[in-house]
Design a protein around this ligand. Structure first.
Ligand code: AMP
Length: 325
């Protein structure tokens, strides 16, 4: 039986944080391990330019994401690891897909409205087209599973809609891709308000943060002075992170909380230790990989070739059915 394909990607807007790691990378690793799946993992550089960016910084960020991928355990022997813009078929298919979606549908997406609020001076066509390019990223491999955080669900709905429309109109056989969810599909911000995000300073912990930095950031999570009652958003964040990094200890700390005996500083320092314990081997591996820059180049070249091989066939099939070939 043919393997089911998987596609995921992360924008090159900086180093990965715990939200990316728990919501996306952990799912990517799980599917990479599963022999029933063929995994394609990209650095979404074209999605990074839908919001304001600096070219030199972008060039560096692309490498940072690849380093984070490899050090977190993505394996070029098992997964196709590549940069989105290196496989031109993504953008060509996105253009073909844009013929079956309406402007009104794109304008009403919650993610689009949120970005318009964040960058009112930068409401570009590329921003509006983001979900269409994402549909092409996935469907150019006919991928069925997409390990991404819960915030991406409205975009996946667009991908399914486009697959259905293309199949109905042109007799194609695109699958309707489903999100592959992890336990950390929605990691809260360290401030307790909203989600952990690269664009909100003070909300995140990077995979490369030192033990001291982690400790400082966790200590700064706001906690209410009364222990025992309804949990404040900051306290909920601490317990959510505890559940993700040390699930075996949740019941002990919850009992202490309910009994009114919990000392937040004890919980915070314990949590920092647990987070660092998981990140330490990743950071060690990063140093090894960083020492050999040619290795990263080799991985990306190999990834580009493997990804293009699949993507070019799907694009040709689509163009044929649309009367373009
Ligand atoms: P982005 O940095 O927006 O390109 O996101 C890359 C991946 O990380 C996507 O799959 C997101 O859904 C996921 N992600 C980002 N922030 C979080 C978060 N706070 N919790 C869970 N997943 C997240």
């Amino acid at each position: 039986m043919d393997k089911k394909r998987v596609l995921s990607g992360i924008r090159a807007t900086g180093r990965l944080h715990l939200g990316n790691y728990l919501g996306a990378v952990k799912g990517m690793l799980e599917l990479q391990k599963n022999p029933e799946y063929e995994t394609f993992y990209m650095v979404a550089d074209l999605h990074s330019i839908t919001t304001p960016f600096d070219p030199e910084q972008l060039r560096r960020n692309i490498k940072e994401v690849v380093l984070d991928y490899l050090s977190a355990g993505l394996d070029p022997e098992k997964s196709t690891i590549f940069v989105q813009s290196h496989v031109r078929e993504h953008t060509e298919l996105a253009y073909l897909f844009s013929t079956v979606e309406t402007v009104a549908r794109m304008q009403h997406l919650p993610t689009f409205k949120e970005k318009v609020k964040q960058h009112p001076e930068n409401v570009t066509m590329a921003l509006l087209n983001y979900p269409i390019l994402m549909a092409a990223d996935i469907l150019v491999y006919k991928a069925e599973a997409v390990p991404v955080g819960i915030d991406q669900e409205p975009h996946l709905e667009i991908s399914r809609e486009i697959a259905r429309k293309m199949n109905e109109k042109y007799g194609l056989d695109f699958p309707e891709p489903q999100r592959f969810a992890t336990k950390g599909e929605s990691v809260p911000s360290l401030s307790g308000e909203g989600k952990m995000s690269k664009s909100v300073e003070g909300s995140y912990i990077n995979l490369t943060d030192t033990q001291d930095e982690i400790k400082k950031k966790i200590r700064a999570v706001p906690t209410s002075s009364n222990v025992g009652g309804e949990m404040s958003p900051g306290v909920k964040t601490l317990f959510k992170l505890l559940e993700l990094f040390a699930p075996e200890d949740v019941s002990k700390y919850s009992t202490d909380y309910k009994n009114g005996t919990l000392k937040f500083v004890v919980l915070k320092d314990y949590l920092s230790e647990a987070i660092f314990k998981e990140l330490q081997p990743i950071q060690k591996k990063r140093q090894e990989i960083q020492a050999d820059p040619e290795y990263v180049e080799k991985v990306l070249k190999m990834g580009q070739a493997k990804a293009t091989n699949v993507a070019s066939k799907v694009l040709s099939q689509t163009k044929k059915e649309m009367g373009l070939l």
